[in-house]
Design a protein around this ligand. Structure first.
Ligand SMILES: Cc1cc2nc3c(=O)[nH]c(=O)nc-3n(C[C@H](O)[C@H](O)[C@H](O)COP(=O)(O)OP(=O)(O)OC[C@H]3O[C@@H](n4cnc5c(N)ncnc54)[C@H](O)[C@@H]3O)c2cc1C
Length: 489
C-alpha cells in the first residue's frame, strides 16, 4: 500500500512569493490534480506518475481537462481542484445568495461575537432609483438603534448575570448575548465577510447562478469569482454565463399564484415567536426506518422487511430502535436508514434566524422574499429592558422604505429591512438531518430564536416519529436523554 499527500490548499500570498522567486505559475495550478486524476480511469500508470506527467505538460493537462470535463461530460473530475476565496464588504442580503450552494464551505463573520460598525453596502439599484439619501438616513437610524440597544442590553445582561460578570473570562460571552439581540435592528445591507471554499465544479455552477441573480451586488461577486478562478484554472471554469435555471418567482408563476391564491395580503404574526408548522410527514415513518434498519442488517428484500415490521407490536419495534440507537454518542449521526423519512415544515422566521438556518446544507430550503407584512421578531430581552418601542420604530421606518423601493425594484427592497423582519420558509429534511439540527441548535450555546424554532420542529416531528427521534436533542442534553431512554426495563 502507498498513500501520498498529493496536494493541499496553499495561501495565495505564499504562491505569489514562490512565483516571485521564479517558480512557473503554471506548475501551481490546481488543474494538474484534476487532469492527473481524470486519467486514472483509462491509464494504468500509478497515480503519482500521472501527476508527474500532468505537471510536466500543463498545456496538455488543460486540454485533457477540457475534453474530459466538458467534452465527455465527466464533470466530477473538476471536483479535485479546490479554491479558497476571501469575500469582504458584502451585504448580509448578498451573503444569503452566496451561501446558497450545498457543496461549498463557508465561514462567516459572526454578528453574535463581533460588534458591528456602520459599514454598509450602497446598493446600485437604490442609486439608480435616486433613493441613496433616504437609504443613508434609514441605515443611520438602524445603526443608532443597534448602538442604543447594545448599550442597554449589555447593562441588563451584566446586572442579570452579576455572578458571571464578576469573572473577566465571562465578559465576552455576556457581551455576545447583548450583541446577538441588538443586531435585530441592523440592516440587511450591513457588511459582512466570509471565507468560501469550493471545488471547480460547484464553483462554476455557483458563478452561473450568481450571474443570473437579480441583485447587481450578487452578480458582481459572481463575476469576481469567475475572473479570479479562470485566471488560474482556465480549463475548469469555462461556462460562466447566467443559467436559465427555473426561477421560483418567474412572472408567469407569480401570475398563476395570484390567480389561484388571490392577492398577497400577508399575515402579521406579532412578537418573538415566529411560526412552525409541520406540513408533511410520512405515515408509519417509524416502521419505514425500522424496516430499513432490518434491511441493512439482513439479506432480505425490502418488501419482506416492511411486511415484518408492519406486523410488530410496540415493544418489538422499540427493540429495533434500541439496537440502532444504543451505540450513538453525542456527536454521532444516526444510521443512514434515518434518511428514508422526510419532514416538511412551513416556518416564519426572522432574517437573523434565517441566516443560521440556511447554513444547514443537507436540507431543502425554499424561501419567499422578506415580507414586512409578516411582522418582525422582537427579542424577549429587548422587551425586558423596555426597548421594544425602539425596535418597532426602526422596523416600521424600514418597512416604509422597503415598500417605496418595492414599487420600482422588488429584488432590492429587502436591503432596507432589518434582521428582525421575517420571511416564510419551506424546509424539508430527513430525520437524520433533523438529529443534526437538534444537536447543534437545541444546545444551550445556540442562539435563542433558532433554538426555539428547532425545539418546535423536533417536538412536532417527534409526535409522528416517536421512536426514530427518541434521541434527537441538543448535544448538552444527550447523556441525560440517552440515559432516560435506556433506563427503563
Ligand atoms: C453555536 C453556533 C455558532 C456558530 N457560529 C458560526 C460563526 O460564527 N460563523 C459561521 O460561519 N458559522 C457559524 N455557525 C454555523 C456552523 O458553522 C454550521 O455552518 C451550521 O451549524 C451548519 O452545520 P453543518 O455544516 O454541520 O450542517 P449541514 O450543512 O447541514 O451538514 C450536515 C453534515 O453533513 C456533513 N457535511 C455537509 N457538507 C459538508 C462538506 N462540504 N464537507 C464535509 N462534510 C460536510 C457534515 O457532517 C455536516 O455536519 C455556528 C453554529 C452554531 C450552532
Amino acid at each position: 500500500m502507498r498513500v501520498l499527500l498529493a496536494g493541499y490548499n496553499v495561501d495565495a500570498e505564499v504562491i505569489a512569493e514562490a512565483v516571485s522567486r521564479g517558480l512557473d505559475p503554471d506548475r501551481l495550478t490546481p488543474e494538474i490534480l484534476s487532469a492527473a486524476y481524470a486519467r486514472i480511469s483509462r491509464n494504468p500508470a500509478p497515480v503519482d506518475e500521472l501527476r508527474a506527467q500532468a505537471r510536466a505538460e500543463v498545456a496538455k493537462a488543460r486540454a485533457s481537462n477540457e475534453q474530459i470535463v466538458f467534452g465527455l461530460g465527466h464533470a466530477s473530475v473538476a471536483e479535485h481542484a479546490v479554491f479558497n476565496f476571501d469575500l469582504m464588504g458584502v451585504s448580509r442580503l448578498a451573503i444569503e445568495a452566496i451561501e446558497a450552494f450545498r457543496l461549498c464551505s463557508y465561514t462567516e463573520k459572526s454578528q453574535r461575537y463581533i460588534r458591528l460598525d456602520d459599514d454598509l453596502v450602497m446598493p446600485e439599484e437604490l442609486r439608480a432609483l435616486g433613493l441613496e439619501e433616504r437609504f443613508r438616513e434609514l441605515t443611520a437610524y438602524q445603526h443608532r438603534s443597534y448602538d442604543l440597544l447594545y448599550e442597554r442590553l449589555r447593562e441588563h445582561v451584566f446586572e442579570k448575570h452579576a455572578a458571571l460578570a464578576a469573572e473577566k473570562a465571562n465578559r465576552r460571552t455576556l457581551e455576545g448575548w447583548a450583541k446577538e439581540d441588538a443586531r435585530y435592528a441592523t440592516s440587511l445591507a450591513v457588511e459582512g465577510q466570509l471565507g468560501l471554499t469550493a471545488n471547480a465544479r460547484t464553483l462554476e455552477h455557483a458563478i452561473r447562478r450568481l450571474a443570473g441573480h437579480p441583485l447587481a451586488e450578487v452578480r458582481a461577486v459572481g463575476a469576481e469569482l469567475a475572473r479570479l478562478a479562470r485566471a488560474v484554472a482556465p480549463s475548469l471554469i469555462r461556462y460562466t454565463e447566467p443559467t436559465a435555471a427555473a426561477n421560483a418567482r418567474s412572472p408567469e408563476l407569480c401570475r398563476l399564484a395570484t390567480e389561484l391564491l388571490g392577492p398577497d395580503e400577508g399575515q402579521t404574526l406579532p412578537g418573538a415567536a415566529g411560526s412552525v408548522q409541520l406540513v408533511a410527514a410520512p405515515k408509519g415513518g417509524d416502521q419505514t426506518v425500522a424496516a430499513a434498519l432490518l434491511h441493512g442488517a439482513s439479506s432480505a428484500p425490502w418488501d419482506s422487511c416492511e411486511e415484518q415490521v408492519r406486523a410488530l407490536g410496540a415493544a418489538d419495534l422499540r427493540a429495533i430502535f434500541d439496537a440502532a440507537l444504543a451505540p450513538l454518542g453525542p456527536h454521532d449521526a444516526p444510521p443512514r436508514a434515518f434518511e428514508l423519512v422526510a419532514l416538511r415544515f412551513d416556518l416564519v422566521i426572522s432574517a437573523s434566524c434565517f441566516a443560521q438556518l440556511k447554513r444547514h446544507r443537507m436540507a431543502t430550503l425554499l424561501c419567499q422574499p422578506y415580507d414586512p407584512n409578516l411582522g418582525f421578531t422582537i427579542p424577549p430581552a429587548i422587551s425586558e429592558v423596555g426597548m421594544a418601542g425602539e425596535l418597532e420604530g426602526v422596523a416600521q421606518a424600514s418597512a416604509r422604505l422597503h415598500d417605496a423601493i418595492a414599487e420600482r425594484s422588488r429584488a432590492a427592497a429587502p436591503y432596507a429591512l432589518t434582521q428582525a423582519h421575517r420571511r416564510r420558509v419551506l424546509v424539508e429534511l430527513s430525520a437524520r438531518e433533523l438529529y443534526h439540527l437538534a444537536r447543534l441548535r437545541l444546545d444551550r450555546h445556540a442562539q435563542w430564536e433558532i433554538r426555539g424554532i428547532a425545539e418546535r420542529m423536533v417536538g412536532l416531528a417527534r409526535q409522528v416519529l416517536p421512536e426514530t427521534l427518541a434521541l434527537a436533542c441538543g448535544k448538552d442534553a444527550f447523556a441525560e436523554t440517552r440515559a432516560r431512554r435506556f433506563a427503563s426495563p
